[in-house]
Design a protein around this ligand. Structure first.
Ligand code: ADP
Ligand code: MG
Length: 135
């Protein structure tokens, strides 16, 4: 599915709708810096019913809010950094909802069953969002 948004609020709304339906599983966000991954994550968390403020977990890689685990791989150097935070164990529990920013960094290690969300910068306020359910 391919969607276009014309504001951060619209991207949050799409995240919200997907978060609302999420019952567990892996959601992977791809896109350059400033594409809108964290913006999407904010709506997604709200859709899950999480009231905490969602910020980019850039410096700590993973931030957990109950069953929701928000991951940002921007600063990782290798797959070992991901193993160190216990992401594999988190993914084994299928009741967890895991959202990964910069999933391209570990693409070949990702579980086959996942939802890919690619965000492309089109213009100052305009983004293209491509959703694909895999596995
Ligand atoms: P990322 O996590 O991909 O680095 P962020 O979500 O942190 O990106 O930042 C996206 C920036 O782009 C925010 O400042 C946001 O307000 C702005 N923006 C403008 N238009 C959009 C849009 N249509 N969708 C998402 N973000 C947008
Ligand atoms: Mg981000």
């Amino acid at each position: 599915m391919e969607l276009y948004t014309n504001s951060a609020e619209e991207t949050r709304k799409i995240g919200f709708e997907i978060g609302k339906k999420a019952k567990g599983g892996l959601y992977c966000l791809y896109g350059e810096l400033g594409a809108g991954k964290t913006t999407f994550a904010q709506g997604f968390a709200k859709g899950l019913g999480i009231t905490a403020r969602i910020v980019s977990p850039t410096f700590i890689i993973m931030r957990s809010h109950g069953k929701f685990h928000h991951v940002d791989l921007y600063r990782i150097r290798s797959i070992r950094d991901v193993q160190a935070i216990g992401l594999e164990e988190v993914l084994e529990d299928l009741s967890n909802v895991v959202l990964i920013e910069w999933a391209e960094k570990i693409e070949k290690h990702l579980p086959k069953k996942r939802t890919d969300i690619r965000i492309y910068y089109e213009d100052f306020d305009k983004r293209k969002i491509v959703l694909e359910e895999k596995g």
